[in-house]
Structures are given as structure tokens and as C-alpha cells.
Design a protein around this ligand. Structure first.
Ligand code: NAD
Length: 253
């Protein structure tokens, strides 16, 4: 088992990539703290983890809310007293061209996708600093490197994550904490389903996405979960501050 007895916190673990990663980490022996704003889906992930192993808990957190995140730290102290792995995965989409976009929508994308990473990381870093070790995985996207229509706020937020990852790595390397970023391509999850449902012709939109992928198809959550597992485990111990692309070849297509 690659994560035996490690304690892993995964934000946005109620759905999609976060959920698949939670299940994979559990199979590899980790104890999982499932964090999500959605109570029923978070509890569902815990139920599924319990079918693999018994050691998991759900904490209902809005990663943009400082009080909610502080409450989470109290619960971690009460249950596990330690943390080895943090996957900053929770995120939302941000669609629209700048001239059509209202300030609130712009701010919300940055609040969840960037400020949420700041708040959760700030809250749990003391556990890792005390342990003198840990692995943090920040969720970026391949969109940080390619221009896609109607996605400026989302792309900008995921670009910010790459810069943040590098700065965090430099600051926390003295504590033997590694900080890397994942850059997935289009992965079939509720996040993408939601985006497709807003298109006038969802079939055409999905065909266009497939055309861009050298793989010829969208990715699956497990494709990214395997990348997260590598970054979480000691197998990636020489990776520090690095973006890890899992994109079905879209960037090279
Ligand atoms: P998803 O919508 O299936 O899951 C996201 C989860 O985050 C949900 O359970 C949601 O409730 C939770 N969440 C949202 N806001 C939150 C908040 N404020 N506090 C706590 N939890 C919150 O999405 P997914 O496709 O699995 O995406 C996961 C991450 O991967 C996101 O950061 C996304 O930007 C990134 N990503 C996704 C794709 C893709 O194609 N699916 C590609 C690249 C990057």
C-alpha cells in the first residue's frame, strides 16, 4: 500500500475527481478527511470509503469561509491530530467573456479556486510543519496554458494556482513539504456535464472537445486520481513545485 496510515484531506471530495481520488487513496491505505460544501455528497463519499476501509470522516466546509475552515482545523485536531497529504481540489467553473461578466461572478471564481487554496493551506500547514513533512497537491488545469473561448476567469484562476504552487514550494521546502500542481485536460465529471448543459448544442460541444484531444476522448476522474496518488506518495519525492499535466494530449494537439 502506497499511503498506508497517512492522513489525507481532500477538498471537493463529494464529486468527480476529488471523490475518485478519495476512494483510490483509501484503497492505498490512507485515512481520508472528506471536505465539501455539499453535505449529502460528502457523506456519500464517506459511506463508499467505509466499504473499502473504516477510517474516514466528513467535514462540511466552504473553503471560501474563514470560520468554516477554522472549524475544520478543530475537528482535525479532535480526530486525527495530524495531516500528511492535502489535495486542494475544490473548484468551480467560470464562464463568459470579460465585457459580459459581472464583478460578483469574477470574484466568486477566484474566491473558490484561489482564496480557498490559500485558506485551507494556511490552516493545515502547521500540522505538516510540525511533522516536518507532507505533500500538498493544488488543482490547476491545462487551461492555464492554452487559450479557450469564454473561460477567462477560470483560466486566470488556474494560472494563479501554478504561481502559488511554486511560491509555496520555496517557502515550505525547509520543512520537507512538497507542493505540486495537477493540470488535467477535460475530464468527464458533473463539472463538465454542467458546462455542456449550458451549451446550445451539447453534442456538438462534446465533439469539439474530443477533436482537440490527441486521445480522441475525454478523460475519466480515475486518470487524474492516479496522478494525485503519485504526487501524494513518496514515489514523487523528487518533484517539487512542478505542474503535472494529465490532459489527453490537448496541449500538444
Ligand atoms: P465537480 O464539480 O465534480 O466537483 C467539485 C466539488 O467541489 C463538488 O463536490 C463541490 O461541491 C465542491 N465545492 C465547490 N465549491 C466548494 C466550496 N466553496 N467549498 C468546498 N467544496 C466546494 O468537479 P471536478 O470536475 O471533479 O473538478 C475538481 C477540480 O478539478 C476543480 O478544481 C476543477 O477546476 C478541476 N479541473 C477539472 C477539470 C474537468 O475537466 N473536470 C479539468 C481541469 C481541472
Amino acid at each position: 500500500m502506497r499511503l498506508k496510515d497517512k492522513v489525507a484531506l481532500i477538498t471537493g471530495a463529494g464529486s468527480g475527481i476529488g471523490k475518485e481520488t478519495a476512494l483510490l487513496f483509501a484503497k492505498e491505505g490512507a485515512r481520508i478527511i472528506v471536505v465539501d460544501i455539499n453535505e449529502s455528497s460528502g457523506n456519500q463519499t464517506v459511506k463508499e470509503i467505509e466499504q473499502i476501509q473504516g477510517d474516514s470522516m466528513f467535514i462540511n466546509v466552504d473553503v471560501t469561509d474563514e470560520n468554516s475552515v477554522n472549524q475544520m482545523v478543530t475537528e482535525i485536531k479532535n480526530h486525527y491530530q495530524t495531516l500528511d497529504i492535502l489535495f486542494n481540489n475544490a473548484g468551480i467553473s467560470g464562464i463568459g467573456k470579460l465585457h459580459e461578466l459581472d464583478l460578483q461572478s469574477w470574484k466568486r471564481v477566484f474566491e473558490v479556486n484561489v482564496t480557498g487554496v490559500f485558506l485551507v493551506s494556511r490552516a493545515v500547514l502547521p500540522f505538516m510543519m510540525g511533522n516536518k513533512g507532507g505533500s500538498i497537491i493544488n488543482m490547476s488545469s491545462c487551461i492555464a496554458e492554452i487559450g479557450l473561448a469564454n473561460r477567462a476567469p477560470y483560466a486566470a484562476s488556474k494560472g494563479a494556482i501554478l504561481s502559488l504552487t511554486k511560491s509555496m514550494q520555496v517557502d515550505y521546502a525547509p520543512y520537507h513539504i512538497r507542493v505540486n500542481a495537477l493540470m488535467p485536460g477535460t475530464i468527464y465529471t458533473p463539472f463538465v456535464e454542467d458546462y455542456l448543459s449550458k451549451e446550445s448544442d451539447p453534442e456538438a460541444a462534446i465533439a469539439k472537445i474530443k477533436e482537440r484531444q490527441l486521445s480522441g476522448d475525454l478523460g475519466k476522474p480515475i486518470d487524474v486520481a492516479h496522478g494525485a496518488l503519485y504526487l501524494a506518495s513518496d514515489e514523487s519525492k523528487f518533484m517539487m513545485g512542478t505542474p503535472f499535466m494529465i490532459d489527453g494530449g490537448v496541449v500538444n494537439g
